[in-house]
Design a protein around this ligand. Structure first.
Ligand code: KG4
Ligand code: ZN
Length: 336
């Protein structure tokens, strides 16, 4: 079975082809991505209207390029999958509309997929797929969650952020330091030259005894520091970046270890854009190695939004018998 997956929830247009069967893991045949980051950078963040328009421009050429790369014909596609939500309403409607139009023209069914399930299952696209059950740390620009995952569709929320997501904490702090959008990777790069102990920043909810997160206070503390520093900010920016990263990473690390301990499981999956952070990976790897816990990440280029994870999630849900693709082309989306 050949699945075409389309991701358009935010500022990346992703299209991919995945081959799935009754048995064995579905296999990625080809994927292509267009990032809108350069376009939104001038505005310091995603402009929803521009995002939708760009998805419209990119999605069909990307679909043509994955078909060519995989040496397949559009007529061979059995199911068209798309991101149903969460995300920007207009952006989601582009992916949903195009998926339904293609499927209707081909006389094939469509399948709406949850964006976070895509991230969660993205490590199955790599060379070192995890086995169930595992603890998942899902850290993206919009979400920060710890989950117990017993199988496809069997997810139990253990804890989540009560305000900002980890990616948001990176992005908002970076913006306060005058770094380009999206700030996460820029802040991480700058932090390499800084002292993580230079500034004392809060680790909200670190000792709360549960698995929830809060990052809004950290952003406020970074704002206070930048104001205090004034003109001296430029000279201390690397130190402030390293201190901010250290605060975010410490909270993510400690809560993940706690979730592993609470669950009694020996496998951790880290997914979502912040999962690309090198410092987070280094600290998780070291702490988990000590505890005999295996850590699985998606391939670096599949940490942030992409179509491969959407096609993969659709294929795995189909295989598990959890969802039937439909011939009703309602192209519904669920922004929240
Ligand atoms: O998963 P994703 O692509 O989109 C959402 O579903 O939100 O995640 C994007 C987030 C952004 O906040 C971005 O700054 C962050 O992931 N990010 C990073 C790094 N790479 C991406 N944060 C810290 N360090 C990185 N290397
Ligand atoms: Zn995402």
């Amino acid at each position: 079975m050949l699945l075409l997956g389309i991701e358009s929830s935010c500022d990346e247009t992703g299209v991919a082809l995945v081959e799935g069967g009754r048995d064995g893991l579905p296999r990625l045949a080809a994927h292509a991505l267009h990032s809108q980051i350069a376009m939104h950078q001038a505005y310091g963040g995603v402009v929803p209207e521009l995002a939708s328009r760009d998805h419209i421009r990119r999605v069909l050429p990307l679909a043509q390029s994955v078909l060519a790369e995989a040496g397949r014909d559009l007529g061979e596609v059995d199911v068209v999958a798309y991101t149903r939500g969460p995300g920007l309403a207009g952006a989601l409607l582009v992916g949903a509309g195009v998926a339904c139009a293609l499927a209707a023209a081909l006389g094939r069914p469509v399948m709406g997929v949850h964006h976070l399930e895509g991230h969660l299952l993205s490590p199955f696209l790599g060379a070192d797929p995890p086995e169930f059950p595992f603890v998942a740390l899902l850290v993206s620009g919009g979400h920060t969650q710890l989950m117990r995952v017993d199988g496809v569709g069997r997810y139990e929320l253990m804890g989540e952020t009560i305000d900002d997501a980890a990616g948001e904490a990176f992005d908002k702090s970076a913006k306060l330091m005058g770094l380009p959008y999206p700030g996460g990777p820029w802040l991480a790069k700058l932090a390499e030259a800084g002292d993580p102990a230079a500034f004392k920043l809060p680790r909200p909810l670190l000792h709360s005894g549960d698995l929830d997160f809060s990052f809004a206070g950290l952003k406020t503390a970074v704002l206070t520091q930048t104001r205090k520093l004034g003109a001296a900010l430029e000279a201390r920016k690397a130190d402030l970046a390293a201190s901010t990263q250290a605060a975010i990473v410490e909270v993510l690390l400690k809560k993940s270890l706690r979730a592993i301990e609470d669950s009694g499981l020996k496998r951790l999956v880290v997914a979502g854009g912040v999962g690309a952070n090198r410092e987070l990976r280094a600290q998780l790897d070291a702490a988990c190695a000590k505890r005999g816990v295996r850590v699985h990440y998606p391939e670096l280029h599949l940490c942030t939004d992409n179509g491969a994870m959407i096609a993969m999630a659709a294929a795995m849900r189909l295989q598990a018998g959890l969802q039937q693709p439909t011939g009703r082309y309602a192209f519904d989306v669920k922004p929240r």
